[in-house]
Write a protein that binds this ligand. Structure first.
Ligand SMILES: Nc1nc2c(ncn2[C@@H]2O[C@H](COP(=O)(O)OP(=O)(O)OP(=O)(O)O)[C@@H](O)[C@H]2O)c(=O)[nH]1
Ligand SMILES: [Mg+2]
Ligand SMILES: [Zn+2]
Length: 356
């Protein structure tokens, strides 16, 4: 296997400094608690992360994750294939969300990906809002989003669902497949050539692992039945992992995400809702909130049927969420500054020349 087969390119090569020429480039295949499974041009490696990485990381996003390129060195006296991670190379793309729970931090779901397959199932779990949110998060990722609607074999109202989706896709390719019947699945291969990387994202139970097993041609990843009551999955996949496809290219399987909070800014909102932004340019007031202001072009478009009222409601909800996130980030930054100040003050106090 060559580095190019693994996705290496000029973008990564140019980051290698002259004094790093002895280091080995490797890609993060899987991450366990204390160990990174890596693949280099010479095969699999097992990497550890020196403590300095965690100490200097301002965010979890500064640590290597699945899909990342790192530079490693053999551990002197260590076993064959045991390496230490020396440096994380800049990412060419990344799909991020806000860390689940109350933590205000970015979680990178997949790094250095070319295509994001947003997988949804055509059963009771089908949810246009959720798909729209995935699309929004894809906007800033640097990867091409593609929607995959799985379980076509059990869908009775395909046309209706496609129509509902039409309001939010705005040019994103949509493919209907059935992993169970192995129907339409090959279309995914068209997006993934040698050296390129894709990731499958979506809720638990939509069939991500089943689809990947189809692409691989064997049952590599565990799959699990969905609940009968609401078609929701049981979180069968628990960690992210990369696999090599038979015809070249790589795929990342991910666990279904319970929470998909934005880690993003308003630019992504504007990109995804440019129809509303365009309408808003014709509002009488430039700071129109599209509530009850006179001369509101957005409200007018809703009244005339040109703009879907639910789409406007979702836009407003996401706008509030972004505003909330931005204020939370401010708080997090302030707390961090205070901590840093305290630490620094203590350092100064304890300096030998200051002691009396
Ligand atoms: N009817 C039908 N069932 C499918 C299809 N694809 C997958 N399934 C079933 O859906 C269930 C969930 O599939 P998984 O592949 O485990 O789903 P997942 O998205 O990987 O779920 P997590 O790992 O929990 O995130 C399994 O019982 C699959 O057999 C399909 O095309 N049609
Ligand atoms: Mg899975
Ligand atoms: Zn308005």
């Amino acid at each position: 296997m060559t580095l190019t087969d693994l996705g290496w390119s000029h973008f990564f090569q140019q980051q290698v400094e002259p004094d790093e020429a002895d280091l080995i480039p490797a890609r993060v295949w899987r991450q366990d608690i204390n160990q990174y499974h890596l693949v280099s041009a010479d095969g699999e490696l097992s990497g550890t992360l020196p403590g300095r990485f965690r100490q200097s990381a301002l965010s979890k996003a500064d640590l290597p994750t699945v899909g990342d390129w790192v530079l490693v060195s053999p551990i002197p006296g260590g076993e064959q294939g045991q390496v230490q991670i020396e440096r994380l190379l800049d990412r060419k793309s990344r799909f991020s969300r806000k860390e689940a729970g109350d933590v205000v931090d970015e979680q990178i779901v997949a790094a250095n990906i070319d295509t994001v397959f947003i997988v949804s199932s055509l059963d009771d779990d089908f949810n246009v809002n959720r798909l729209e949110r995935y699309l929004l998060l894809s906007q800033d990722s640097g990867a091409l989003p593609v929607i995959v609607l799985n379980k076509a074999d059990i869908c009775e109202d395909l046309e209706e669902r496609l129509e509902a989706l039409g309001h939010v896709t705005r040019g994103t390719p949509v493919h209907v497949v059935s992993a169970k019947d192995n129907a339409g699945v090959d279309i995914i291969k068209d997006y993934v050539g040698p050296g390129s990387t894709c990731a499958l994202l979506g809720s638990s139970g939509v069939g991500k692992s089943t689809l990947i097993n189809r692409l691989l041609g064997y049952d590599r990843f565990a799959t699990g039945e969905v609940r009968e009551t609401d078609s929701k999955g049981r979180h069968t996949t628990t960690f992210r992992e990369m696999a090599m496809l038979p015809d070249g290219g790589m795929v990342i399987d991910t666990p279904g995400m319970r929470e998909l909070q934005l880690w993003s800014n308003t630019t992504a909102l504007e990109g995804t809702f440019d129809d509303i932004e365009t309408l808003a340019m014709n509002c009488r007031f430039s700071d129109c909130q599209h509530q009850s202001e006179p001369g509101c072009a957005v409200k007018q478009a809703v009244a005339s049927g040109e703009l879907n009222a639910e789409r406007l409601a979702r836009f407003e909800k996401l706008q509030r969420e972004v505003a909330h996130l931005v204020s939370q980030e401010d708080v997090a930054a302030r707390t961090q500054r205070k901590q840093e100040f305290r630490r620094f003050s203590k350092l100064i106090r304890n300096r030998p020349d200051k002691r009396d």
